[in-house]
Design a protein around this ligand. Structure first.
Ligand SMILES: Cc1cc2nc3c(=O)[nH]c(=O)nc-3n(C[C@H](O)[C@H](O)[C@H](O)COP(=O)(O)OP(=O)(O)OC[C@H]3O[C@@H](n4cnc5c(N)ncnc54)[C@H](O)[C@@H]3O)c2cc1C
Length: 133
């Protein structure tokens, strides 16, 4: 089973200063809808840039490599266990020690603990992974 559809909007390209070409495995110009493998309806995606399709293992590694090239330190197998704002710096406690930085970006997903630690309130997560406050 392929859990992630791997569809990426080309609109994201404007936020980055590098080419995503090497990480794109396919470009979608047509979509097919079907009911129980039958009654297929096809629609061409006209007037829009073709949707990128990526393989998550190579796409994610591509992004990690780009982050490293830009100077990021990647810390694998490390759970964040707490955060604290001390003066002007965020202190991040992890299972691999403490880290500090001027900015803290919460990228721990819809079910991660960061929103709660920041006092953003409880979230409800549906069976499909959607979250709301
Ligand atoms: C079946 C399915 C298909 C999908 N298909 C697509 C698609 O085709 N295109 C698309 O754009 N989106 C798709 N999505 C949605 C997409 O997967 C999510 O929107 C995306 O993964 C959210 O990214 P994220 O980085 O916010 O969170 P996540 O991908 O959930 O990543 C959060 C990460 O933080 C880590 N983490 C959590 N807590 C801690 C902690 N305390 N310390 C350290 N690490 C922690 C987790 O282990 C995880 O690795 C799909 C989702 C599903 C379920």
């Amino acid at each position: 089973m392929k859990p992630c559809g791997g569809g990426v909007s080309p609109a994201i390209a404007r936020w980055f200063d590098f080419d995503f070409g090497p990480a794109i495995s396919n470009r979608v110009v047509k979509v097919s809808y079907s009911w129980k493998q039958g009654d297929i309806a096809e629609a061409a995606l006209k007037g829009v840039e073709p949707m990128w399709m990526v393989r998550r293992d190579s796409f994610d590694q591509f992004l990690v490599d780009k982050a490293r090239q830009a100077g990021a330190q990647v810390q694998d197998c490390t759970e964040v266990t707490g955060i604290e704002l001390r003066g002007a710096a965020w202190q991040v406690t992890t299972t691999q020690g403490e880290f500090a930085g001027a900015y803290l970006i919460g990228a721990d997903g819809a079910k991660g603990p960061l929103a709660g630690w920041l006092g953003l309130g409880a979230i409800a997560v549906s069976p499909w992974g959607r979250a709301w406050r």
